[in-house]
Design a protein around this ligand. Structure first.
Ligand code: DX5
Ligand code: ZN
Length: 231
């Protein structure tokens, strides 16, 4: 079975209790903390910055933090996220004037680098930088908001990205972000994803009064992934 990793997006967590929410979802078996950074410029929403990333580290979070930059420009903020404790930093090619430079900057700052592809963005941007990328993130919704529906055309794009990665021979994770739930995670895995962001599918699906809510959702996702692999 591939090394499947589940990355809850804290965009759908209860921000008033963020540290506890992240503790709980990690205790339930999540692998990575997906951290959505929006600037009300590149995308029409405004969220969180390096201070919150640093606060999670100070709170004691040791799991990888996967910083998804939906900001333009990107370079100015990369070192700040690196010092705040980011593990991965991914950005959208449309938001950087110099994609190769931004990717290198992320690695120079000690983080793993990634490129993010909007639903209509072609994978061509990858061709000349495969050696500088640790993660490819395909958006299966238009970026900016949680709770949207998975765009089915992303499945074919996942297959294409999987082929590109495998034939490159590089060790690159293939992450999917947007509308991922228990009921579609298996077909997404079968299309080639190995890292699954889910916001409303995890934080929005557990009832607050159920202390094992996250355990149940994560277990159901793991069961679906096991099924995908045996199919
Ligand atoms: C959207 C963000 C996503 C978002 C996913 O721009 O990048 O990470 O939180 O939320 P769901 O899983 O609810 O689609
Ligand atoms: Zn995201």
């Amino acid at each position: 079975m591939p090394d499947y990793q589940i990355a809850p997006s804290i965009l759908s967590a209860d921000f008033a209790r963020l540290g506890e929410e992240v503790d709980n979802v990690l205790a339930a078996g999540a692998d990575i903390v997906h951290f959505d950074v929006m600037d009300n410029h590149y995308v029409p929403n405004l969220t969180i910055g390096p201070l919150v990333c640093e606060a999670l580290r100070k709170h004691g979070i040791e799991a990888p933090i996967d910083v998804h930059l939906m900001v333009k420009p990107v370079d100015r903020i990369i070192p700040d996220f690196a010092s705040a404790g980011a593990s991965y930093i991914t950005f959208h090619p449309e938001a950087s004037e110099h994609i190769d430079r931004s990717l290198s900057l992320i690695r120079e700052n000690g983080c793993r680098s990634g490129l993010v592809f909007n639903p209509a963005t072609p994978l061509n941007y990858l061709e000349h930088v495969l050696d500088k990328v640790d993660m490819v993130l395909l958006m299966s919704v238009n970026p900016g908001f949680g709770g949207q529906s998975f765009i089915p055309a992303t499945l074919a794009k996942l297959r294409a990205a999987r082929q590109l990665i495998d034939s490159s021979g590089y060790d690159i994770r293939l992450e999917i972000d947007g509308g991922v739930k228990v009921d579609n995670i298996a077909e997404i895995a079968a299309a080639g994803a190995d890292t699954f962001v889910s916001g409303s599918g995890i934080f929005g699906c557990a009832r607050p009064e159920d202390p094992h809510g996250y355990d149940n959702i994560l277990q159901q996702m793991r069961d679906q992934l096991a099924l995908a692999d045996s199919a």
